[in-house]
Design a protein around this ligand. Structure first.
Ligand SMILES: NC(=O)c1ccc[n+]([C@@H]2O[C@H](COP(=O)([O-])OP(=O)(O)OC[C@H]3O[C@@H](n4cnc5c(N)ncnc54)[C@H](O)[C@@H]3O)[C@@H](O)[C@H]2O)c1
Length: 380
């Protein structure tokens, strides 16, 4: 049967522009879906560069002004892959024009912006999702399944870290492709919104809502040249953040993130300890889930390293034969597949804007606590 077309407009062509374009290209080869994404238009400010990107990935056309993209009648969905300070304006304009929206994380610069975005998509009734893609790494989805089945029992502890080491040089400027992350005006915050937002999204998905947080942050390099002015300017982002949290289910948590952990590139790990069992996951070994179950016979009890490649494990029936693993990019393919399937069924795709707003509120509470030095409630 002929597939229904869903015309996609991609705004931004950097890291995520490529990851998402790859997902749109692959999804129908592996998933049986009613809809097929069509790479209709790619948009960025530089006409030559966006043309090169569009030709490489097979986009039918290009634009240099995202507002023109939203005015186009031949676009069904807007994919927002720009720095964080543009998410709100693009999303609200897209919602008002009745477009579906797939927005990169973090949803917004802060909670109040995120709330405006939620209201806009809910008023317009348009399909929306936020690319917290780690939910759809099969081993992480399997962790969710094990927790929901009650295998861990009551949860006592949640522990997550996200460590990198790429901003240690004081010579690195703020601003520009990739480096906008060092500019608070473009990013909103540093590691809190960039890296911990991922850890928080996974955590609230697996372990429910948080009650309150107590945080500390540090900016190790206080001034950096800004690419826009060529001048040294104060750095407004948090280079590192560590926080304690209490979940509503009574469990205690620690979260830590930095871009100053020499030797670590993207060490995202989490561990959950329950009354019967524990789970560990590590992005550097993303197709494995470590599982310890105290109910095993004592003579064989120990940590199991589950290779998440069998056909009865989440998403894995769509890929290769058991034993052959998939990688990072597949998490984006899974999110597109779920989004298209849910559009066909008229169902929301988690995390929706409203789901992602909870993470935004937690990030705000973390940054506030780092300033006040007090425990801060997470607004509901
Ligand atoms: N889900 C994830 O794991 C993940 C990973 C990386 C980045 N992100 C998020 O994705 C977003 C983009 O990050 P990135 O790493 O791709 O950044 P990037 O710097 O690689 O790309 C940003 C793109 O935005 C474009 N852009 C900037 N201003 C624009 C404008 N006014 N109009 C049109 N295009 C414009 C730039 O040309 C560039 O192509 C951010 O919100 C980031 O937090 C998410």
């Amino acid at each position: 049967m002929a597939k229904k077309k869903l015309n996609v407009a991609m705004i931004g062509y950097g890291f995520m522009g490529r990851a998402h374009s790859n997902a749109y290209c692959k999804v129908n080869h592996f998933f049986d879906l009613e809809y097929q994404p069509v790479l209709k238009v790619a948009c960025a400010r530089n006409a030559e560069q966006i043309k090169t990107f569009a030709d490489n990935w097979g986009y039918e056309s290009t634009e240099t002004d995202w507002r023109k993209v939203i005015e186009r009648k031949d676009v069904d969905a807007i994919d927002i892959c720009t720095p964080n300070n543009l998410h709100k304006d693009i999303a609200i304009a897209a919602a008002e024009a009745g477009k579906m929206i797939l927005c990169e994380k973090p949803l917004a610069m802060n909670g109040p912006e995120g709330e405006e975005m939620c209201k806009a998509v809910e008023k317009a009734g348009v399909a929306n999702t936020v690319w917290y893609n780690y939910r759809r790494v099969p081993a992480v989805t399997l962790a969710k399944q094990l927790i929901d089945e009650g295998r861990l029992g009551k949860i006592f502890h949640y522990r997550a870290v996200f460590l990198q080491d790429w901003t240690i040089s004081a010579e690195l400027p703020q601003g520009g492709q990739g480096l906008w992350r060092l500019d608070a005006a473009a990013a909103g915050s540093g590691v809190t919104g960039d890296l911990l937002a991922h850890c928080i999204d996974t955590a609230i998905w697996l372990n429910g809502s948080m009650k309150d947080v107590s945080a500390m942050t540090e900016t190790f390099i206080k001034e950096r040249v800004h690419t826009a002015t060529g001048q040294k300017q104060a750095v407004g982002i948090d280079d590192a953040c560590a926080f304690l949290a209490r979940f509503k289910n009574g469990s205690l948590a620690t979260f830590e993130s930095t871009r100053y952990a020499r030797g670590h590139k993207a060490l995202y790990t989490f561990e959950i300890n329950g009354e019967h069992a524990s789970i560990q996951w590590d992005l550097h070994d993303l197709h494995r889930l470590n599982y310890f179950d105290h109910r095993d016979d004592s003579i064989v009890r120990g940590w199991r390293s589950v290779h998440v490649t069998d056909g009865d494990m989440p998403y894995m029936d769509k890929w290769w034969v058991p034993g052959l693993q998939i990688g990072y990019e597949h998490s984006f393919v899974h999110q597109v597949a779920d989004f298209l399937d849910n559009v066909a069924k008229g169902k929301p795709t988690a995390p929706t804007f409203r789901d992602a707003l909870e993470t935004q509120h937690i990030c705000d509470a973390v940054l506030k606590s780092a300033k006040t030095g007090s425990w801060e409630q997470v607004p509901s």
